[in-house]
Write a protein that binds this ligand. Structure first.
Ligand code: HEM
Length: 125
């Protein structure tokens, strides 16, 4: 009686890899986001791949490599305003479309990411 995870339902490892690639391609070009992200997003993409794998029910790669997620705490060094949150979510929505995540998983994933993104806001615009 084991229910399938979102991770398995969307195609597992290769889908998460394609998603983070499609996401950071947009982050790296977004004028609201580039000021706070590193110029080279290679490492950022790997950390996000670890995180999203476990976030959607796959292997606990983030915990294995970086320890407890503590996402809000890890974001405190960066000024995350409501407009940056919206920019982040816009990049993610477009990435979910690009890799053609099917319903109901697309909506489930975007809702979870939206809740987490709202929690990350730590300053005003
Ligand atoms: C790291 C920005 C939301 C997951 C970072 C970094 C920045 C950033 C600037 C540092 C990059 C680096 O260390 O290479 C933002 C902004 C957000 C946001 C503007 C808007 C709300 C989120 C959300 C998630 C997330 C919703 C998860 C669903 C991560 C992860 C890391 C990270 C896993 C790497 C943390 C580490 O291992 O040190 N983010 N982030 N972020 N972010 Fe976000």
């Amino acid at each position: 009686n084991k229910s399938e995870t979102i991770y398995d339902a969307i195609g597992g490892d290769s889908t998460i890899k394609a998603l983070v690639k499609a996401f950071y391609k947009r982050v790296g070009k977004h004028p609201k986001l580039t000021p706070i992200f590193p110029k080279d997003l290679t490492e950022t993409e790997i950390k996000q791949y670890w995180f999203l794998s476990q976030f959607f029910g796959g292997p606990k790669l983030f915990n294995e490599n970086r320890g407890h997620p503590m996402m809000r705490r890890r974001h405190l060094p960066f000024e995350i305003t409501p407009s940056r949150r919206d920019a982040w979510l816009d990049c993610m929505a477009k990435a979910l479309d690009e890799v053609q995540i099917k319903e109901p998983y697309r909506t489930m994933m975007f809702e979870r990411l939206t809740l987490t993104a709202h929690h990350m806001v730590n300053t005003s615009d």
